[in-house]
Design a protein around this ligand. Structure first.
Ligand SMILES: [Zn+2]
Ligand SMILES: [Zn+2]
Ligand SMILES: [Zn+2]
Length: 752
């Protein structure tokens, strides 16, 4: 299916109509002046007091930056204390000091007419000279044409006061109206589209509107103006006159990247407006622009709503193969395949296309088992790791299956298939990448954590170290990521980016507090809320864009250097966030936390990976908790059904506590990190849990408690007797429940 292209002229005309219909009135102006508080077209004012010009760099306007450089770049405070006379702008110029005279100053505080007369009078002292009134001498002089100037015009043929007339003369007598607007715009944050071809003007106006609506990137007007200059220099009437690639080449001489990206973004938006989005436009093109395909799965970790991802089909030279591959990938993408998997699929077919060319095969009918066996050998001899080669074979197999299943082309021989044994097994798992405790001690030291400039970076680190989450899950945390169970213990709700599901992990009070602090900081900067816990710091006017994991990695690298973290050989440490996950798992297993608990805490689908951690830490898991039956102080069975994300995490939390806080006669159900408000009163505590393996201790304790009650009653200590009666009652209930429901307590004791 090929979309027939309209003749260029008709398409352009259609575009003009669409632009006219789409660009809103506020952007339909040749000079766009954003509001000073605009979140996108930011316009901060120069730091120099009384300067109303917009910041160019270092918090100073262009004029003041130049002056600061000329003075040899002094400390900024010093410069601000004495910035010198005002830079050229829109200040009110001083008028002649003679009362009633509206001409500009020339010398000795006088206008040039009064100065002339004062010189002719022999330069008398100020109080000795009776200055003549010039207003009375003739008709009232006109005021300067510049809107911010009220000085008088010196001769009738001029339109500006003397100083502004001189400024106008230096522009080679530019068109007066144009000069007036130039003077008004001088140093302001304005987008000046005057003099562009009409369609190009509309295109830029539309681009501004799109940027304003998206509220992502902050866009200083000077970037827009650089983009406008690029377009003007190219001499085009529409941004679509050049391809994206041509614009990139055209702008390669430009120093700043942002304006070029803006230009390409505007071109993209205009093209999208002309052609529309969707498969009918993209299908059949050599390059698919995935951001134009609504409805396909965007990765949960994407930091922008529609990442500019491309699939390049021109790398498949055989047209018959390319058609089939496009058809296959369209079906896969629309059925929810991830973009990464689409890339893998395309890579596999590009590789196969290369092999077909090499083997001289140019027909689907010639693809049979012997050819595929040659292809297996070809793939095996290429560069790349096991994962890449496996992906190439299994994707190609899926492709061949799809051709057969959907009857796309019946000429494919029935033997064209791979067999289960064709792909070599994965190499043995690599050795542990957990970090030495020596390194972890430096990472976790408060002094080093305080060296994070960005509190968000510090918090991300803490979460990674203490929960073992993947970095992709941490940067994706929602703003409301805290949940609490019935006992008030906190959990971090997160999205398992690998398994594509929600999960939760128990956290301690300190981490909970740190998350509250982060939420407060986010709301301070974005009072309307962001939806995400870690908004990226820059280019994020709405606050809804997430920190990317690559930004965090960059921050982490800098932090490791700042803290000078070294390994036991004194070498600087290079570590990845994922190593903390390995470390977390290994630490838990070393502390005898059951593998199944570790599996749930890490939200692994299978126990294979957890077993790997257990194996490499070389310790045996001693307790089989699944067999244990737990009873709380009310004598009720505690059902810890792993059901739903919180259920799973709650269950893991309890088990995690049990393994680490074993009491003489049972377990504490609180997470180990939480301090117990029921100090030493476990037998009356609502989170106390016990099991049949503790029956002998519970019976002993009942005997001791009954003796204590007898003694207390005899001595008249009623309060002590009452308290212990409660303990005795609880013990009775628990023992009764354990005895009744467990017919074979012996077996459970073995399990312990
Ligand atoms: Zn300034
Ligand atoms: Zn005067
Ligand atoms: Zn003037």
């Amino acid at each position: 299916m090929i979309v027939t292209a309209l003749p260029t002229g008709r398409r352009q005309a259609g575009l003009l109509e669409k632009l006219l219909a789409t660009v809103r009135a506020e952007f339909r102006t040749e000079v766009y002046r954003p509001d000073p508080a605009d979140p996108v077209f930011v316009a901060p004012q120069c730091a120099v007091a009384d300067c109303d010009r917009v910041v160019a760099q270092l918090g100073l306007c262009n004029g003041h930056v130049i002056r600061w450089r000329q003075r040899g770049r002094p400390v900024l405070e010093e410069f601000l204390a004495d910035p010198g006379p005002p830079v050229r702008g829109r200040q009110v110029l001083p008028s002649c000091r003679i009362g009633g005279c509206g001409y500009g100053r020339f010398g000795n505080g006088l206008c040039c007419k009064h100065y002339d007369r004062w010189v002719r009078a022999g330069r008398p002292a100020a109080d000795q000279w009776h200055a003549p009134s010039l207003a009375a001498a003739g008709a009232v002089a006109a005021e300067c044409r510049l809107p911010f100037c009220s000085l008088w015009v010196e001769t009738p043929e001029k339109v500006f006061c003397q100083q502004h007339h001189d400024r106008w003369k230096r522009t080679n007598h530019r068109d007066v109206e144009r000069f007036i607007v130039d003077c008004e715009l001088n140093g302001t944050a304005a987008v000046d589209l005057r003099g562009l071809p009409p369609q190009l003007t509309l295109e830029f106006q539309y681009g501004l509107q799109c940027r304003a609506d998206a509220r992502h990137r902050t866009t200083p007007a000077r970037y827009v103006m650089q983009a406008v200059r690029h377009a003007r220099a190219a001499g085009v009437t529409s941004l679509l006159d050049l391809s994206e690639q041509q614009w990139r080449q055209q702008a390669r001489t430009g120093r700043v990247r942002a304006p070029v990206l803006l230009l390409i973004e505007v071109r993209d938006a205009v093209e999208l407006l002309r052609d529309g989005a969707g498969w009918e436009n993209e299908f059949g093109r050599d390059v698919w622009r995935l951001e134009r395909l609504p409805g396909i799965t965007t990765p949960a970790t994407a930091t922008v709503p529609r990442p500019r991802v491309r699939l390049h089909f021109e790398r498949i030279p055989q047209p018959w193969l390319r058609d089939l591959v496009e058809r296959w990938l369209r079906l896969r993408l629309t059925s929810g395949l991830s973009i990464t998997a689409a890339h893998t699929g395309l890579d596999a077919l590009v590789c196969f296309a290369g092999f077909l060319a090499h083997a001289g095969v140019d027909r689907l009918a010639d693809i049979d088992r012997p050819l595929l066996e040659r292809h297996l050998a070809y793939v095996a001899s290429q560069d790349g790791g096991h994962g890449l080669k496996k992906g190439r074979i299994s994707s190609l197999n899926l492709f061949l299956q799809a051709i057969r299943q959907h009857r796309w082309d019946d000429s494919l021989p029935g033997t064209a298939a791979f067999c289960p044994g064709d792909i070599p097994p994965a190499p043995a798992a690599t050795i542990s990448r957990r970090l030495a405790e020596h390194v972890m001690a430096q990472v976790e030291s408060e002094a080093n954590l305080d060296r994070w400039h960005d509190p968000a970076g510090r918090l991300v680190t803490l979460i990674l170290v203490r929960t073992g989450l993947r970095i992709s899950s941490v940067v994706c945390l929602d703003f409301d990521c805290l949940v609490h169970d019935g006992q008030g213990a906190a959990y971090l709700r997160y999205f398992n980016t690998k398994m594509k599901r929600e999960a939760a992990v128990p956290i301690d009070e300190h981490l909970e507090q740190a998350i509250h602090d982060q939420q407060r900081r986010v709301l301070d900067r974005w009072p309307d809320g962001t939806g995400v816990l870690f908004p990226r710091r820059h280019a994020n006017a709405s606050g809804r864009l997430r920190l990317s994991d690559s930004s965090y990695r960059q921050m982490l690298r800098r932090w490791l250097v700042t803290c000078d973290i070294r390994d036991e050989h004194g070498q600087p440490v290079h570590l990845t966030p994922h190593q903390w996950r390995h470390t977390f798992a290994c630490r838990l297993i070393n502390r005898d936390v059951p593998q199944e608990v570790v599996r749930v805490l890490l939200d692994h689908e299978s126990s294979r990976m957890t077993a790997h951690y257990a194996r490499i830490t070389d310790q045996t898991v001693r307790r089989r908790w699944e067999a244990a039956m737990k009873v709380n102080i009310k004598g009720e069975h505690v059902t810890l059904t792993p059901d739903g994300p919180l259920g799973q995490a709650q269950w893991a939390k309890t088990r995690y506590g049990i393994a680490t806080q074993t009491l003489p006669d049972g377990y504490c159900g609180l997470p180990v990190q939480k301090s117990c408000p029921h100090a030493n009163a476990c037998l009356t505590c609502p989170v106390f849990l016990t099991g049949p393996e503790f029956l002998p201790e519970l019976r002993d304790q009942r005997t001791r408690t009954l003796t204590l009650i007898d003694n207390a009653t005899n001595c008249g200590h009623t309060r002590t007797a009452e308290m212990n009666q409660q303990v005795a009652d609880n013990l009775d209930r628990m023992i009764g429940e354990l005895e009744n429901s467990h017919d074979e307590p012996q077996e459970t004791t073995h399990a312990g």
